[in-house]
Design a binder for this molecule. Structure first.
Ligand SMILES: Cc1ncc(COP(=O)(O)O)c(C=O)c1O
Length: 456
């Protein structure tokens, strides 16, 4: 933390010098190094932009041409198009095996059940995620156990994981949140030491790489979502990646009513091998997914380049702390571009006022970053619902459930939730000028912070 502050001070100093030089040499855009010029739009000035950012999902004729034949074929349930999508997604993610599912939530549920994680088991997870990470654990009858976040990277803090392990711990669910990546070296070392399974929730980080290896391949199984807002989408959809064929057979069987496949065979000539569900991907979803995959690499590159440029600009503004990644992240992915907003540096301008001022400048931002509704997962109402159920009361000691909240406090996450501001990944897909607009709007608000705060 201290090192970063020093770096930020140095950066700020360099910026102020740079900004003065720029102001002298280029009128109009000159002061853009720290702030946009002009009066803030909420105080009656011109907005930084009125043009929309790139739409999402982005689609065109290629998607229509991919879907129409499937529609006309009348084969809409899982068949050869889904198999093709699995092959292509495995290739794109450098994975051995891929199973497509109807969404990311069920990819995680399938993974837990295929690994036989359920009643009486504990699964360690982050509080800073979306409900799609939590519900599958509860549906499986397992107990979610929360380890607080690393306040720098916002990912689960490996240093907090080990203290949560007991003889009932069965797995760790590292969630690569917002497109970042958890410290997988440390998590895997802990898992190995305590003989735990690792299921990556990579629902937000398609294409991210840890030491050159793609997420989804870093644990026992890796789960993805193709829901509309994600950087690879087919509206709704999901996938599981894995290296172990018999385990992937179990995933397949679980996701298809327990039908046997490969090493999973029903006994006694029956049709169904296990208690299961059905969460298959449909053919038309797969057709869109295949078509969307065509532009995925180019989009990843564009987002990374724009984000790096934006970070360089935003980090110069006091009170704006873009989320950094661990140094071992060799390729960044994006679901939301996240930053901490520190109102004390903006003369007390509240986060809501800051977001409203950005909106008036034509820059859509939000606090939830698509993952949370300002409630961390360790305080979600569904936990109480589960704990009051007959099943949970039979499985878990009353004392354990009574002490649950106190034992699952995560203060670093509570603080983060109060400070986050984010931009959807689609805002990183336009030209570089869009990044200048975002930075200029933030800078303009910073420069007029006193007036804006007083205009409460
Ligand atoms: C971190 C995380 N996990 C799980 C999910 C669940 O995915 P889906 O919405 O496809 O069920 C999502 C996304 O919605 C997510 O962001």
């Amino acid at each position: 933390m201290q090192d970063r502050n020093i770096t930020r001070r140095k950066l700020l100093k360099a910026t102020l010098i740079g900004s003065a030089t720029l102001a002298a040499s280029s009128p109009g855009r000159g002061r853009a190094a720290i702030g946009g010029v002009g009066t803030p739009a909420t105080l009656g000035g011109q907005p930084v932009r009125t043009a929309p950012f790139p739409r999402w999902p982005e689609f065109g004729e290629a998607d229509e041409e991919a879907v129409l034949p499937v529609l006309r074929s009348g084969v809409w349930s899982r068949s050869k198009v889904v198999v093709e999508a699995e092959k292509r997604f495995a290739q794109l993610m450098d994975a051995d095996y891929c199973l497509a599912t109807c969404n990311g939530t069920n990819a995680i549920f399938t993974s837990l059940c295929a690994l036989d994680i359920g009643a009486g088991d504990e699964v360690i997870m982050t509080p800073y995620t979306f409900l799609g990470s939590l519900h599958p654990i509860l549906l499986a009858g397992a107990l979610p156990v929360f380890a607080d976040i690393d306040p720098d990277t916002w990912q689960i803090d490996p240093a907090k994981i080990e203290a949560k392990i007991n003889p009932n711990t069965a797995a760790i669910l590292p969630v690569h949140i917002l497109g970042g990546i958890c410290d997988m070296d440390r998590i895997n070392a802990i898992a190995k030491k305590h003989d735990l399974k690792v299921i990556e929730d990579a629902c937000e980080s398609h294409g991210g790489e840890w030491k050159g290896k793609k997420v989804g391949n870093l644990g026992d199984l890796g789960c993805f979502s193709f829901q509309t807002g994600k950087s690879l989408t087919c509206g709704e959809g999901g996938a599981i990646l894995g290296r172990n064929e018999p385990l992937m057979d179990r995933c397949y069987s679980f996701h298809d009513f327990g039908r046997g496949r490969g090493s999973v065979r029903p006994t006694g000539g029956q049709n169904y091998a296990m208690v299961a569900t059905k969460c298959r991907m449909a053919e038309y979803q797969a057709a869109i997914l295949i078509s969307q995959m065509e532009k995925f690499e180019a989009e990843c590159k564009r987002r990374s380049e724009n984000a790096a440029y934006l970070t360089e600009k935003l980090a110069r503004i006091p009170g704006i702390v873009p989320r950094p990644d661990y140094p071992d992240v060799t390729r960044k992915a994006f679901y939301y571009y996240g930053l901490r907003y520190q109102p004390e540096q903006f003369d007390g301008l509240s986060r809501q006022q800051f977001i409203a001022a950005l909106g008036a400048e034509g820059i859509p931002a939000n606090t939830s970053l698509g993952v949370l509704s300002d409630t961390p997962m360790n305080r979600e109402g569904c936990l109480d619902d589960a704990f009051q159920s007959k099943a949970y009361q039979m499985i878990y000691p009353a004392e354990k459930l009574a002490n649950y909240q106190a034992e699952n406090e995560c203060p670093a996450c509570d603080r983060l939730i109060e400070e986050t501001v984010g931009f959807h990944q689609s805002m990183l897909l336009g030209p570089r000028q869009d990044m200048d607009d975002i930075a200029n709007a933030v800078g303009k608000i910073y420069e007029h912070r006193r007036k804006l705060a007083a205009a409460k």
